[in-house]
Design a protein around this ligand. Structure first.
Ligand code: IVH
Length: 671
């Protein structure tokens, strides 16, 4: 690349970054994701490092943010609000630690304070003798906007500190919106037909910049303190002690922050925080690692952009922008037809995403998503990726609204929508897409967990007619030779598959019930049902009123369960599974009336199972199993070679039965 091209690239990057800064900080409406922004910024830093002559005084690398907008009074910060350098990955964190130790000339481990990186809007709070006198946004880092009236509505920000403090102090922290508040506000806005918030960060940043503070109050914002910008409180000489003091003064401070001795401990803590990310009640976009000791912080100092004593470890962004190329209509296992976005592949939430749900037609229309739009995609934790909405500013002139199909894209049956429901349905229960989805769900990891029976094989077997419904899985062994003859199958893999199928026949009842794919019955409900009814027999014959007695099962769920088990085809399907040897094992607890209050003694040689297995079975059914015969014994089950225990039983007048009788009366009666 020649010098002119490089200069042009630097100029283009400066302008692009300036535009994005303005959209992000001033308009609260970014049009690119964090990682894309970071990429642009890094490229500019890199160019300027290689060619210092390209570095202009107004380059975005030379300052922190953008100028504040005019509606609010401007106010200078007593100390600049700096930004943090980012570290991506373990290597960059180690490099940060090495630089810190090199600058401090310390070979040993450094004590770091590891904090959550809150994903909200930063705020500086000025207190005079313990009284809140001003709240200021970050602005360009040197001058912010005075939003005092607005911050006064935020919980977690004390209007007066709980203990007196002297002089002027600036407390720094982040204003954010809890995930639950965000969901509730969006639900309400949607019900009123208002534009929904794209994410909690925009909702909180926008909330802080309302001209009417009553509107800020309605957003129910929260605040967490992360440090001191100016002044001193108490005797604290470390970051960790400062946060403790702030908490005592009435500021909300998160307890997840911990002191870690050395980089290994930091890395372990970063991983722990990553694992808790999805369960936190608010969004974080990373972890902030700070040298704990203020003396060492002073020695390290700061650059124009940020302190040398701290860095931000960024998690993969959970939202990204990408192009919507089309909408596919996917048929689910219960026949629900869902719009799915076909996207330009984008890296989000730590994975490559090219499909994301649009939930249902009314939701898609409400968001006004059109084919050709740039859309915001979210992938957070284990939740399936979803399209949050379009970027209206980038809508191409030829973007077109997706059309809901009138016929099933898989089987051509006319689609229907029940009165009052949002979901579109394919009423044909023989629709191949439905059967495929049912089988995939049944075999999936959290259901029956049939090793080797994945999506590809299911679809191949469906096409060849080896699979037709759930029971057909347990008849696959009859087609062993045909399977072995298939391309890329072979003797061993067929054997492994058949073994895996055989081994799942006695999966626990909750997995089996979940695997049936009853509408509205997820893993939790399936577990509750298994615990409540104890056996498939009891569950499948339970009526609506009885089902409703199960904690957490409401009328809608109870009705779905009842309908499922009353359905002729489903009943035949379950009977067939049972005949094929599927025998879900029953969960712990008093499961079976027949065993209640009974104590069994097994003696002699048993043919069908070992004595231990038989005893375990009795216990799982709610009965008792003992090793010796006594007055408390209800029944003795005797096989060949039984001795003294039989004598004892006849002395005490206790009934003795054979193993076959036991099976007929207590085991097979279940089926
Ligand atoms: S310390 C000089 N700690 O991240 C140190 N910042 O780029 C300055 N942030 O906009 C910040 N959580 O608002 C610090 N625990 C935390 C933070 C945090 C979130 C934000 C901050 C700033 C950005 C830093």
């Amino acid at each position: 690349m020649d010098a002119a091209t490089q200069a042009a690239e630097a100029a283009r990057l400066r302008e692009e970054i300036r535009q994005h800064d303005y959209r992000y900080y001033v308009l609260d409406s970014p049009i690119i994701g964090d990682s894309e922004y970071d990429r642009l910024f890094r490229r500019l830093v890199e160019l300027e490092a290689e060619h210092p002559e390209l570095r202009t005084p107004d380059s975005p690398t030379q300052r922190v943010g953008v100028s504040p907008v005019s509606e609010f009074a401007k106010h200078p910060h007593l100390a600049p609000m700096l930004s943090l350098d980012n570290a991506f990955g373990e290597e960059e964190l180690r490099a940060f630690d090495e630089r810190v130790r090199r600058l401090l000339e310390t070979p040993g481990p450094i004590a770091y304070f590891v904090e959550l990186k809150f994903d909200g809007a930063s705020i500086s709070l000025t207190y005079e003798d313990g009284v809140l006198v001003r709240g200021t946004t970050r602005g360009d880092g040197a001058v912010g906007e005075d939003v005092t009236a607005n911050v006064s509505t935020v919980r977690g920000i004390p209007l007066r500190t709980h203990a007196p403090i002297k002089g002027t102090v600036e407390v720094r922290g982040e204003v954010l919106m809890l995930k639950a508040v965000f969901a509730k506000l969006n639900e309400e806005r949607s019900a009123r037909g208002e534009q929904v918030f794209v994410n909690p960060r925009n909702a909180s940043a926008g909330g802080l910049r309302q001209l009417d503070s009553r509107l800020t109050a309605e957003r129910k914002l929260s605040f967490f303190a992360y440090g001191l910008g100016y002044g001193q409180i108490g005797e604290a000489t470390t970051q960790s002690a400062t946060l403790r003091t702030l908490r005592d003064l009435g500021f909300s401070v998160r307890a997840e922050a911990t002191v870690c001795e050395g980089m290994e401990a930091v890395l372990a803590r970063v991983a722990e925080i990553g694992a808790m990310r999805a369960d936190l009640p608010f969004g974080i976009d990373g972890v902030v690692i700070k040298v704990d000791d203020f003396g060492l912080q002073r020695q390290l100092g700061s650059t124009a952009r940020g302190p040398r004593w701290a860095t931000a470890y960024k998690f993969p962004a959970e939202q990204a922008f990408t192009r919507l190329n089309g909408v596919l209509w996917q048929v689910g296992r219960t026949g629900t037809v869902t719009p799915v976005a076909d996207l330009d592949p984008v890296f989000v939430g730590g994975a490559q995403v090219s499909r994301a749900t649009l939930h249902n037609t009314p939701e898609m229309r409400r968001k006004d998503v059109r084919i050709g739009d740039v859309v915001i995609v979210q992938r957070a934790g284990d939740v399936i990726p979803e399209v949050l909405g379009p970027v209206l500013e980038q809508r191409p002139a030829d973007a077109i609204a997706p059309i809901e199909p009138s016929e099933c894209p898989e089987c051509g049956t006319a689609l229907a929508r029940k009165e009052g429901e949002v979901a579109l349905r394919c009423p044909n229960r023989n629709c191949p897409a439905q059967i495929s989805a049912k089988l995939r769900h049944f075999a999936s990891r959290n259901a029956m967990d049939i090793d080797g029976l994945g999506e590809k094989l299911i679809d191949r077997f469906l096409e060849l007619g080896h699979l037709t419904d759930l029971p057909s899985v347990f008849r696959l062994h009859e087609r062993r030779d045909e399977l072995v003859a298939l391309d890329r199958m072979g003797e061993q893999s067929v054997q492994n598959l058949l073994d895996a199928i055989e081994s799942v026949k006695r999966r626990s009842l909750d997995r089996f019930v979940y695997g049936l794919g009853i509408r509205l019955v997820g893993e939790r409900t399936a577990a509750d049902l298994a615990a409540e009814f104890g056996s498939l027999e009891a569950l499948r014959h339970a009526h609506f009123e009885r089902l409703k007695e199960v904690p957490e099962v409401g009328p809608r769920v109870a009705s779905e369960i009842e309908q499922f088990f009353e359905d002729e085809a489903n009943r035949a399907m379950i009977d067939e599974l049972l005949i094929l040897g599927v025998a879900p094992t029953e969960a712990a607890g008093p499961q079976s009336e027949r065993f209640a209050g009974l104590t069994f003694v097994f003696t002699g040689k048993l043919e069908r199972w070992s004595r231990e297995e038989a005893e375990a079975y009795v216990r799982t059914q709610g009965g008792k199993a003992a090793g010796t015969v006594s007055k408390a014994t209800s029944l003795v089950v005797a096989g060949p070679g039984a001795g003294s225990k039989l004598d004892k039983a006849s002395q005490l007048g206790i009934e003795v039965i054979s193993e076959d009788d036991f099976f007929a009366r207590y085991v097979e009666a279940d089926v």
